[in-house]
Design a protein around this ligand. Structure first.
Ligand SMILES: [Zn+2]
Length: 204
């Protein structure tokens, strides 16, 4: 049965303390949680805000992903793989972006099938890097409407960074040097080109 947003909020708030703070999640005691649990508090629960404000580039208006292709290391007619403007602490983080302005859930079935194949090829190319143990793939989409998926490469042996917290570690760790990050990004692009197709943008 559908629960109205204010009912959902009220139910959650009933589990919170007088300041609206929920108890700490058991996840904060996991070995891979990046912060010490001591002294950690949950932010007070905010009320729902409706209607939601439009995302960046909504309807293709002033959409950054439509307007420029900077950071691109690989592309074909429908997709491009790009670096972030600045490296994070993960050895490599990449974005897979559609060339056309489309929201993830508006993809027609043939493009959705193509995306599934491409995601596996990109992840495989990242995991082919000798110092990378895992390619994490994430789709959120609350910030911008234009379809974009995230890849985070977990460095080999760094078992403290298993799983979803890799994105936080990417923010906590010192940024990797640009030249190192770019070399890895182009290596992924070249590996991707061989079996999948498309073109490398940058050193061939
Ligand atoms: Zn766009």
């Amino acid at each position: 049965m559908p629960l109205a947003p204010d009912e959902y909020h009220a139910r959650a708030l009933a589990a919170a303390d007088q300041d609206g703070r929920l108890p700490r999640s058991p996840m904060t005691d996991w070995d891979i949680f990046p912060f010490e649990a001591e002294g950690l508090t949950v932010r007070p629960l905010a009320a729902p805000v409706l209607p939601e404000s439009p995302r960046a580039g909504a309807g293709g208006v002033d959409c950054r992903s439509c307007q420029d292709d900077r950071g691109t290391v690989w592309r074909d007619e429908r997709w491009r793989l790009r670096r972030f403007d600045k490296p994070g602490g993960a050895p490599l983080s990449l974005l897979l972006v559609s060339r056309a302005h489309v929201d993830f859930t508006d993809l027609p079935d043939d493009r959705a099938s193509e995306l599934g194949v491409l995601l596996v090829h990109v992840a495989r190319a990242i995991e082919a890097l000798p110092h990378i143990a895992r390619a994490h793939v994430s789709k959120w989409g609350d910030g911008a409407e234009h379809l974009h998926l995230f890849f985070y490469a977990r460095p080999a042996g760094m078992r403290q960074m298993l799983g979803a917290f890799m994105q936080l570690w990417d923010d906590l760790l010192p940024p990797v040097p640009v030249a190192e990050r770019d070399a890895d990004a182009w290596a992924v692009a070249r590996t991707l080109r061989a079996p999948y197709g498309g073109e490398v943008v940058g050193p061939l």
